[in-house]
Design a binder for this molecule. Structure first.
Ligand code: RTP
Ligand code: MG
Length: 139
């Protein structure tokens, strides 16, 4: 096992539902440590840049609208195999397919409003952390 960092976002639906604390508890219970965090209202340009990899997909406009519909909570999680561990506790993208006990199964409504984001690989984790956090905000 190797110690890693990953970027997590609690999306506008979950912030609006007032479950930031319950989701943080899931991170902590799984052994992930929150090493940086900020609440932010994303601009359209910030959301488009973050999800630029999906810019040609049919759902891109809806995804950007949703991600800018209210504040998000952005955090860097650290721990052994943090990227995979976070994806495991998040559950499948579509909450209807997410395993019981995962964050998306318990807090998400739909494939669009699916409660959380997590980086999917070491390269994207490094890019996404740098997108939202400067070096002096990380230690
Ligand atoms: P995320 O990036 O937000 O952690 O989600 P993910 O890796 O599980 O899924 P990804 O394929 O990266 O898609 C990003 C977000 O776009 C929305 N989506 N909608 N309607 C659709 O077919 C569809 N597919 C993806 C989801 O909200 C997903 O979280
Ligand atoms: Mg993704």
């Amino acid at each position: 096992m190797s110690k890693e960092r990953t970027l997590s976002i609690i999306k506008p639906d979950a912030v609006a539902k007032n479950v930031i604390g319950q989701i943080y508890q899931r991170f902590e219970d799984s052994g992930l440590k929150i090493v940086a965090a900020k609440m932010k209202q994303l601009s359209q340009a910030e959301a488009e840049g973050f999800y630029a990899v999906h810019s040609e997909r049919p759902f891109f406009g809806d995804l950007v609208s949703f991600m800018t519909s209210g504040p998000v909570m952005i955090q860097v999680l650290e721990g052994d195999d943090a990227i995979t561990k976070n994806r495991d506790i998040m559950g499948a993208t579509n909450p209807k397919e997410a395993a019981a006990g995962t964050i998306r199964a318990d807090f998400a409504e739909s494939i669009d409003a699916n409660a959380v984001h997590g980086s999917d690989a070491p390269e994207t984790a490094a890019q996404e952390i740098a997108y939202f956090f400067s070096s002096i905000e990380l230690n």
